[in-house]
Design a protein around this ligand. Structure first.
Ligand SMILES: Nc1ncnc2c1ncn2[C@@H]1O[C@H](COP(=O)(O)OP(=O)(O)OP(=O)(O)O)[C@@H](O)[C@H]1O
Ligand SMILES: O=P(O)(O)OC[C@H]1O[C@H](OP(=O)(O)OP(=O)(O)O)[C@H](O)[C@@H]1O
Length: 219
């Protein structure tokens, strides 16, 4: 494939994560004027549209592709962006995939926190340091809450949305580290090179996701 940097200034390369963000991301981008429609049962990882290439990636890889300029822009959760440690331009809060990253323990647990399991080790370490807790951080890949249930860890740092996973497993949120939602991320060099494509896209996404006056009055 021709690297994004070698394509003409009229061409956009977008990094989108497969998983729960993909459908809403494609829908929002379509409403913003990019007519994308990804095939449902396809193993293709790269999709070509007039003037747009979509790269289908794992969530954690979206910041890497955008930061290194292989993609001009992408959509990714703030949680993944923070965890990446990359200072990427993040012009639009897209206001979907809302959730929070929290410290979670078994209901009533009060003992010392010596080990914390998480998919977010960087965020967990920063939080523990800020609280003066010197715990070991263990990285896991999924079903993180099981670590607290089985005694693998004294607490976990994981996402909470409805709270149903916590309720179903006798767990409670001890503290919220930060709130997350899907974000548009843009490579800074691409913003200059592909200004004519990216500026209108950013503007349209801002309009589509703007908080109305009523929302501001009733947050
Ligand atoms: N329960 C949830 N409710 C709302 N948003 C969520 C929830 N869980 C995750 N998210 C958000 O959606 C993003 C993508 O979640 P998804 O479940 O697709 O990823 P994943 O399967 O955990 O990631 P991967 O398999 O790539 O490690 C998360 O990074 C977060 O921003
Ligand atoms: O508060 P809730 O609405 O229950 O949502 C929170 C759950 O959703 C996510 O898990 P996911 O289903 O993505 O599975 P994973 O643990 O494999 O990431 C997250 O890791 C929590 O387990």
């Amino acid at each position: 494939m021709t690297p994004a940097v070698q394509r003409g200034p009229d061409h956009l390369t977008l990094a989108l994560p497969k998983g729960r963000i993909l459908e809403e991301a494609v829908s929002l981008l379509s409403r913003a004027g990019l007519p994308l429609s990804l095939p449902e049962r396809s193993r293709a990882l790269r999709h070509e549209f007039p003037g747009v290439t979509v790269l289908e990636l794992r969530n954690q890889d979206v910041p890497v592709y955008v930061d290194l300029g292989v993609a001009d822009a992408g959509i990714v959760g703030k949680d993944v962006l923070v965890e990446s440690g990359r200072a990427i331009y993040e012009p639009v809060d897209l206001r979907f995939a809302g959730c929070r990253l929290s410290l979670i323990r078994e209901v009533g647990a009060t003992g010392l926190i010596a080990r914390v399991a998480t998919k977010y080790p960087r965020s967990a370490r920063a939080y523990l340091t800020s609280r003066g807790i010197s715990a070991e951080v263990v990285r896991l890949s999924g079903n993180i809450e099981l670590a607290a249930l089985t005694g693998l860890a004294d607490a976990v740092v994981d996402l909470v949305q409805t709270g149903s996973t916590l309720r179903a497993n006798n767990l409670e949120e001890v503290e919220v580290l930060f709130h997350s939602s899907a974000r548009l991320v843009v490579n800074r060099a691409a913003l200059k090179l592909r200004r004519e494509r990216l500026r209108p896209l950013i503007g349209r996404l801002r309009e589509l996701t703007a908080v109305g006056v009523e929302d501001l009055q009733n947050p």
